[in-house]
Write a protein that binds this ligand. Structure first.
Ligand code: HEC
Length: 114
């Protein structure tokens, strides 16, 4: 049940950013990865555990600034790491966020910003 509560909370947070339910129409017609949208999703979903400043460690998760699209897809969607990637931690505490499937590139674009 705890997991459900968390999922619900995340979903509510995402609904606020318009990401849940995937209405397919974003108000801004940005083509390709959108770092601003990625930032909103990061704030809504990730900072429960990661730092508001992704270059610093958070309450539970490590610093993830500059994470590649490949790493983000593997970790956020499948709880895995890309082949040959050396994880910062050996724990497996982070849940998956399948609802972000189409938005990982936005988060990668945000985390790639200087
Ligand atoms: C419930 C807490 C929690 C949330 C929410 C969370 N993470 Fe994590 N994350 C962790 C923890 C803890 C780790 C360390 C590995 C593990 O235990 O799974 C981690 C590891 C990672 C890693 C691997 C870093 C590395 O180089 O080894 C990435 C990438 C990552 N998180 C991205 C994200 C993104 C993007 C989000 C938001 C969509 C997110 N995380 C949300 C807890 C969380």
């Amino acid at each position: 049940m705890r997991r459900f509560g968390l999922t619900l909370a995340v979903c509510l947070a995402l609904a606020l950013t318009g990401a849940c339910g995937d209405n397919g129409k974003d108000s801004q017609a940005v083509k390709g990865p959108d770092p601003a949208r990625g930032r909103r999703l990061y704030i809504a979903t990730c900072i429960v555990c990661h730092n508001t400043d992704p270059s610093k460690p958070g309450s539970q998760g490590p610093a993830i600034k500059g994470s590649s699209l490949e790493l983000l897809e593997a970790k956020v969607l499948h709880k895995r790491y890309p082949p040959g990637y050396e994880p910062q931690r050996t724990t497996k505490a982070m849940p998956t966020y399948p609802q972000l499937r189409k938005r990982i590139a936005d988060i990668a674009a945000y985390l790639a910003q200087p």
